[in-house]
Ligand binder design. Structure first.
Ligand SMILES: Nc1ncnc2c1ncn2[C@@H]1O[C@H](COP(=O)(O)OP(=O)(O)OP(=O)(O)O)[C@@H](O)[C@H]1O
Length: 239
């Protein structure tokens, strides 16, 4: 039979992650296809960031199968790191470097050519053009978040991983992030986005995976989470 669905860029089966005695992820399955955006939702400590770190190739799975952009996260974590654009939930910026220096470094590491016009455009879209040559140590939380999203998207990765991209971000930053998600989808990339903000998740993503205590408790169409009824349905999944 002919498979009409776009290829799966992210395939996770039976993912477990332990940190000593702590079970952070306890048997998560996840499939995300080319051109799709999926929200990861759940309460504090549900396992969202740990799942994202595994998908980014920065935390190894304790057990399970994880393929990202055709690479195996256990056997080829470096290949996974190269294929994704990852905005971590915290950190990731060099305090003594400017946004432009971050972009220069990323371009050099990834051997990008003619990257400057695209970089300038992104800086303008995220309203970071005026501070492009200021060190990031003085940045506000929201400015740092905006720069982290911008850097994740900069090299047009096959898989874009945004962990809490809206946290503390103003409406301009939210809009720029929505644009980056839409652009990624339209060029056939896959987006995973973790957030506590249900309404923004619904706006950005077609589907939501709800985690609780390290396990997947639901996969929902974003449409099923809209309005008051959607809010109630979502809330009932959290506890
Ligand atoms: N490096 C670590 N060492 C020990 N425990 C960890 C580590 N990282 C995560 N955990 C634990 O794993 C569990 C899941 O954490 P995780 O950060 O993945 O949750 P989250 O859903 O992203 O939460 P939040 O919404 O608060 O960001 C928590 O109990 C957390 O304390």
């Amino acid at each position: 039979m002919h498979d009409e669905q776009p290829p799966a860029a992210v395939e996770v089966r039976g993912l477990h992650v332990r940190f000593g005695p702590v079970v952070a992820v306890d048997g998560v399955d996840l499939v995300a296809r080319a051109g799709a955006a999926t929200a990861l939702l759940g309460r504090n400590g549900a396992g969202k960031s740990t799942t994202m770190r595994v998908l980014a190739g920065v935390v190894p799975p304790t057990a399970g199968e994880v393929r990202v952009a055709g690479r195996d996260a256990v056997r080829d974590p470096l290949g996974v790191k190269r294929a994704v654009g990852y905005c971590p939930d915290v950190g990731g910026l060099v305090p003594r470097a400017t946004p432009w220096e971050h972009l220069q470094l990323a371009a050099r590491l990834r051997r990008l050519r003619d990257w400057e016009p695209g970089a300038r455009d992104l800086l303008e879209r995220f309203e970071l053009g005026d501070v492009a040559h200021r060190v990031t140590s003085g940045f506000s939380h929201g400015m740092s978040r905006r720069l982290s999203v911008l850097l994740a998207a900069f090299h047009a990765p096959d898989v874009l991983l945004l962990d809490e991209p809206f946290d503390g971000v103003d409406p301009v930053g939210v809009e720029a992030t929505m644009d980056v998600v839409a652009d990624a989808r339209s060029r056939g990339a896959t987006v995973l986005l973790s957030t506590h903000l249900r309404e923004l998740a619904v706006q950005a993503c077609g589907e939501a995976v709800v985690l609780r205590g390290g396990s997947r408790v639901a996969v929902l169409d974003a449409a099923a989470m809209t309005g008051e009824e959607g809010a109630r349905a979502y809330r009932s999944l959290l506890d």
